[in-house]
Design a protein around this ligand. Structure first.
Ligand code: DHE
Length: 670
């Protein structure tokens, strides 16, 4: 076994006291020299975890240059800092100074063992020492290809101001890179690359990062949610190289999509008159689950009682979410290619009845749910172009397109890109509530009015993403994820009530409503960038003192959470962590107890792939969760005992992600 380097940080002991004790007793606590093996391992970890943000002797990137950092900083302090940067920045004056110098930017925790820290430190020392004062700039290196071969990097060259815009990219390569960007990157970074859930990656920022860091980032990802595209085999080393060169070029602006074009894409497969007038199936169709099969672009319909597959329907590319019509009879699916498909659940076998492409890129769709408008209308929100499209609820015939281009709510900065993120449908009025991501407005679309206009645009916060209703259906609660806040909008007064910080990149999905024994009605959000479930008061009537304030911060084992879910009959709230950078954590779920206000239990649902998203069956007795992989699974748990009941498998079950129970989705039960 290799010699362990350095000291173990004993929980609860002041580390400097341990060091002092060691010195007094003459123990070589920091003593053992690093082996070549340690340095090589340190180099491997460094390239994977640190290189994107830090160089050794190439100047600042997103964080400081680490050349000679061990001469500038105490090793024990450094270990404590990288282990818990947020905690240190709240308690340690030196860390506070550092964070202030970096304009409040706090790095992600390293998630490394003590031995790994010391290996990385040994590598940094070795690289720093190897830097001759006269070292000159080296030609950019193809790190991805080198990393594939597991080779150690060459000693770091000195900083270079050479621009990368001249890197060659043929017309054909540009087109291919554009497509990859659209499929894999645009959702987080924006079509025009100005940033939202992920940071901006316009050419200027690509220059700041440099070629090497971009390649590492594309291969290894980042703990805050950037996927490891190279490592997971999604991008080949050639693709990584191609995308790196592409990012130094000006982003192309995609075309418009006017109503005539949308109308031309409309296909009515089964006219209303040819559809059944009553359910043709003996199954409990209100307990069907619609399962998104992301990569094949299909939706599977499964009987929630018998767990049998009753239908497999082709939908849009990289299909994203499903919503139910207000009666529950129809599912509307939206794909990342902007295609909406409509599935009728009443025939013996669920049937595709209509489709239309309203956008080039989309994430949201919802139905009209107000009395008198049941199954009458559908809205699709576009990521590109900046618009929403209203369609007939029974046929998907496009009726109108409304441009949502708006300047930012706070600085009035004009925007070319203003994406429609979450949409919810009111049960109390003829309204869709529409989040405008880049401008930071929550818009109210009144579908009782001709032309389905936005009757108000409520200024809230920028980078709005996902959200849902409170338990009364009066308040819309939506995450402004890069601003680390939840925004509360009162749909009755059509005003923002408040906004408040919850943590790093909140991601509630539609959130979860339950009654807390102390704080009354609450809702909650987990976070992509922080291992925390923030529970906040949502009972302005009976508990106004707690309303819209974080009342419980519950520590989770990992970052990278996307969804929470509960049911009025459940004692639990379920939470996942599929975007964690710890592969074990991506397969784990945790259950929070409403009674104790603590995590009851966390466990691995699978030994492969990621595990994500929950829905309950109609009665609230079962929870379904997806194993999101090529050999996908749906795991069904008894919600009372938390015991596994069944594992649904099949060669058709490829990359299952979201799942939507008809009864719960139509009635917004969450
Ligand atoms: Fe989603 C909801 C956008 C990545 C699965 N996702 C949403 C919503 C938005 C959104 C705006 C809210 C829709 C609504 O309520 O009307 N999602 C985005 C992105 O921009 C992002 C970050 C990057 C992208 O390129 O799309 C993204 N989403 C993902 C995934 O990687 C997930 C896990 C799997 C996939 O589809 O690739 C994923 N998103 C989901 C699911 C919901 C969702 C299952 C619905 C949750 C619910 O319970 O309602």
């Amino acid at each position: 076994m290799r010699a362990r380097l350095g000291i173990r940080l004993a929980a609860g002991y002041p580390v400097s006291a341990l060091v002092l004790l060691g010195i007094l007793l003459g123990y070589p606590l920091l003593g053992q020299a690093a082996t070549a093996e340690d340095i090589a391992e340190g180099g491997r970890i460094y390239r994977e975890k640190c290189l994107v943000c830090h160089s050794i002797g190439k100047g600042v990137r997103l964080g400081p240059d680490l050349r000679d950092v061990l001469k500038r900083r105490d090793r024990v302090w450094l270990t404590r800092f990288v282990t818990d940067p947020k905690g240190m920045s709240e308690s340690d004056p030196e860390a506070q100074k550092l964070v202030a110098e970096w304009k409040g930017r706090v790095m992600q925790p390293s998630n490394l063992s003590e031995e790994q820290h010391n290996q990385v430190f040994a590598f940094i020392e070795e690289q720093s020492n190897a830097l001759a004062p006269a070292a000159t700039a080296a030609a950019p290196v193809l790190v991805s290809a080198r990393m594939e071969q597991g080779a150690a990097p060459a000693p770091a060259p000195a900083a270079t101001s050479q621009s990368h815009t001249a890197l060659p990219l043929s017309e054909q390569e540009f087109e291919r890179a554009k497509e990859i960007f659209f499929n894999r990157c645009a959702g987080c970074h924006g079509t025009l690359r100005t940033g939202a859930t992920g940071p901006d990656i316009e050419p200027k920022r690509a220059e700041e990062l440099g070629e090497e860091a971009i390649q590492v980032l594309l291969v290894h990802g980042l703990p805050g949610g950037m996927p490891a595209f190279g490592k997971e085999g999604i991008l080949s080393p050639e693709d990584v190289d191609l995308m790196t060169r592409y990012l130094f070029k000006t982003p192309p602006e995609p075309p418009a999509r006017p109503l005539a074009m949308i109308q031309a894409s409309w296909k009515l497969h089964v006219p209303v008159a040819a559809r059944p007038r009553a359910p043709q199936t003996k199954r409990d169709w209100q307990n069907y689950f619609g399962i998104i099969l992301r990569d094949p672009g299909k939706v599977a319909v499964i009987d929630g009682g018998t767990k049998e597959l009753v239908g497999l329907i082709d939908t849009g590319f990289a299909v994203h979410i499903l919503r139910s019509s207000s009666t529950g009879r129809y599912f509307y699916a939206v794909g990342r290619d902007g295609k909406v498909t409509m599935i009728d659940l009443w025939p013996e076998k669920p049937q595709l009845v209509a489709e239309v492409q309203g956008c080039y890129d989309a994430r949201s769709v919802d139905a009209s749910k107000y009395k008198g408008y049941e199954d009458k209308l559908v809205i699709e929100g576009c990521y590109w172009p900046p618009q929403y499209v209203v369609m007939d609820g029974l046929t998907l015939e496009p009726k109108t397109v409304v441009d949502v281009t708006t300047p930012t709510y706070d600085t009035n900065q004009p925007l070319k890109e203003n994406r429609v993120a979450s949409i919810v449908s009111s049960h109390d009025g003829p309204y869709w509530i529409v989040s405008l991501k880049e401008s930071g407005h929550v818009a109210v679309v009144d579908y009782s009015k001709p032309g389905f206009p936005m009757t108000s645009k409520i200024p809230t916060e920028r980078f709005l993403h996902d959200g849902g209703w409170d338990h009364t259906g009066r308040y819309f609660m939506v995450a402004a994820n890069t601003r680390e806040q939840m925004v509360i909008v009162d749909v009755k007064t059509q005003k923002m009530v408040t906004k408040f910080k919850t943590g790093v990149r909140p991601h509630p999905g539609r959130g979860s409503n339950w009654e807390d024994p102390e704080f009354g009605w609450v809702n909650a959000t987990p976070h992509i960038g922080e291992a925390k479930l923030s529970v906040y008061g949502a009972d302005p009537e009976k508990k106004p003192q707690h309303a819209w304030k974080v009342v419980r911060e519950v520590k989770l084992p990992a970052t990278g959470s996307l969804f929470v879910k509960t049911h009025p009959r459940s004692p639990w709230v379920w939470v996942d962590s599929p975007m964690s950078n710890d592969p074990n954590a991506t397969r784990q779920v945790c259950v929070y107890s409403k009674k104790t206000g603590q995590i009851e239990k966390c466990w691995s649902v699978s030994d492969h792939d990621r595990v994500t998203h929950f829905d309950y069956n109609r009665s609230g007795s079962e929870v379904w969760v997806s194993v999101w992989g090529k050999q996908g699974e749906l795991v069904v748990y008894d919600d009372k005992t938390l015991q596994e009941k069944q594992r649904i498998k099949g060669d058709w079950l490829v990359t299952p992600t979201g799942k939507f129970n008809v009864y719960n989705t139509a009635r917004d039960v969450y």
